[in-house]
Design a protein around this ligand. Structure first.
Ligand SMILES: Cc1cc2nc3c(=O)[nH]c(=O)nc-3n(C[C@H](O)[C@H](O)[C@H](O)COP(=O)(O)O)c2cc1C
Length: 179
């Protein structure tokens, strides 16, 4: 059982959004929280394609989410919404899997014009699974350095990320982790 489960919705091997999620996870780990990671890449394609609700990977994923106190969901913007493969995973999870859990949504995109994908796409999806969404953070590709252990390049964006993570922790009943 983990304090927080981080779900990555990018199908890319060398993923920007996953790099950001990894960074957030590492920071939380350093502060003594237990972090579990789930990636759409770890779920067999057949399960996603044919809706295999009962495969071991899918039930194991559900179990991990159900046992966490908080969740972080990350996705790249694909065609003005979340990735299709993230939707495929969420489609085969139990409908109330995020019930009563705070969820921090994060997205990365090539363009600022799709910033609202957080509002009209990812947040409603999380709400459908009964998660309580926080404001969330949107990262532009130009603000992420995939090659660095500190992938968020913008100081103000680091601050905003920390505020959102702090809010997630507050909703989980954990206070004052970040200075
Ligand atoms: C198939 C595809 C569709 C995309 N569609 C959009 C889009 O509609 N709007 C946008 O801002 N960026 C779009 N992008 C850019 C990605 O959102 C951006 O590069 C993102 O950071 C990739 O994240 P990842 O490396 O974690 O997969 C698209 C990229 C791909 C590969």
């Amino acid at each position: 059982m983990h304090d927080i489960v981080i779900i990555s919705g990018s199908p890319s091997v060398d993923s920007r959004s996953q790099k950001v999620l990894g960074y957030i996870g590492d920071r939380l780990n350093e502060k003594g929280l237990s972090i579990g990671h789930i990636s759409v890449r770890d779920i067999p394609g057949e399960d996603l394609m044919f809706g295999n609700f009962n495969s071991p990977e899918v039930t194991g994923t559900s179990e991990k989410i159900r046992n966490a106190k908080g969740i972080i969901v990350g996705s790249p913007v694909y065609k003005a919404a979340y990735s299709g493969v993230l939707k495929s995973l969420f489609d085969i999870l139990p409908k109330d899997i995020m019930k009563d859990k705070p969820v921090l949504p994060v997205m990365s995109g090539g363009s600022i014009s799709h910033l609202l994908a957080l509002e009209y796409a990812l947040k409603p999806l999380i709400s459908t699974l009964k998660g309580t969404t926080l404001k969330g953070v949107y990262y532009l590709d130009s603000q992420i350095d995939k090659t660095s252990a500190f992938p968020i390049q913008d100081e103000e964006l680091i601050q905003r990320t920390e505020v959102q993570v702090e809010e997630l922790l507050g909703k989980m009943g954990v206070e004052g982790v970040f200075p």
